[in-house]
Design a protein around this ligand. Sequence first.
Ligand code: ADP
Ligand code: ASP
Ligand code: MG
Length: 406
Amino acid sequence: MARIVMKFGGTSVGDLDRIRNVAKRVKREVDAGHEVAVVVSAMSGVTNQLVKYCQDLSPLHDAREYDTIVATGEQVTIGLLAIALQTIGVDARSWQGWQIPIRTDDAHSKARIESIEGELLIERMKAGQVPVVAGFQGVGPDNRVTTLGRGGSDLSAVAVAAAVKADRCDIFTDVDGIYTTDPRIVPRARKLERVAYEEMLELASVGAKVLQTRSVELAMKQRVRVQVLSSFEDKPGSLVVDEDEIVEQALVTGVAYSRDEAKVTLRRVPDRPGIAAQVFVPLAAANVNVDMIVQNIGADGSTDMTFTVGKTDLPRAEKVLNDLKATIGFEALLADPDVAKISIVGIGMRSHAGVAATMFGALSEKGINIQVISTSEIKTSVLVGAEYTELAVRALHTAYGLDAPA
Ligand code: ADP
Ligand code: ASP
Ligand code: MG
């Protein structure tokens, strides 16, 4: 007998038939004698619609009200799945974040989980009941509903798995595992049987949406065994494991892309000590995450500064900086949302030179201009025009020998 957390994403609970299918899948594990807790997302498309309502009303909306609105999608699916389970004879009950409680900090719209009360869930599971937990949501210090950032149900699942000391956390989704790149963009992407935590963490952080970044971070820290598999087909998925469990280590394990960032350029910033702090400290204070940064050396005492921020943070970033225009002393702020970040990730990059050079060569061969570059130990990212996303991903996938045999 094992204790399992099963998480189902938006497409997997996209309509009533799919919810019935999920219920059957859960019943199979219950019938096999396992203790099961389930975490679900909102029906696919619902969270996007809710986010759009907020943005259409006001781009600079109150994040606490945003959370109140966007957390509702999961309230619907937990209730529906609980009913679907009860209908086929499985004892089940729905749980919203505040009922467990899943406590978070107060960073509304991207809150961090601080604690989860696991005892009550364990008690129910031992008694044969299936807790159906709302993903993506928690409760803040002031008892208001919080959400964990887009894709956050993965994090809820891993956190619940850690809190109930589950033997494994199965993430059921609309692909049958983790691939060398998004199989929807590169049909010749290959499925990886095993991926190291560290590589998955990098891949997720640069856009591989199959797992949310913080969920991988937490799984790595708490040693939760995560498996990604299909909710529609019965076949083995991909396991996220320790580095030493990977037998054959490729130079580059995967290619990822993100269209979720926007480029900001500050023209003619005074080139003086402390200027970076003057720009980035207020952005951090406004909860704007800055990712890639480039700054040139100015010849005439001024310089252009370019960086990327999350696309949804762009209106706030523009407001913060324009309010400080006189203090910082830049000439103009240019915002470009039509960019994509393309990244290669691989533990093999640690020990091999020339890996990034292959990347630049492959992109130049396709005539793709690189706007910004950033690197870390096991990753290189470039910013390109959004229209080149697919072309760049395919070119790199081929350049690093990742294509499946034709
Ligand atoms: P869910 O709603 O189940 O959480 P997501 O849409 O968040 O599903 O994540 C699954 C999607 O991730 C897939 O449909 C696929 O297009 C995308 N994806 C991106 N990169 C990868 C990758 N390397 N391997 C598998 N899927 C990927
Ligand atoms: N429903 C939320 C979202 O779309 C959380 C999730 O699906 O993981 O971002
Ligand atoms: Mg997801």
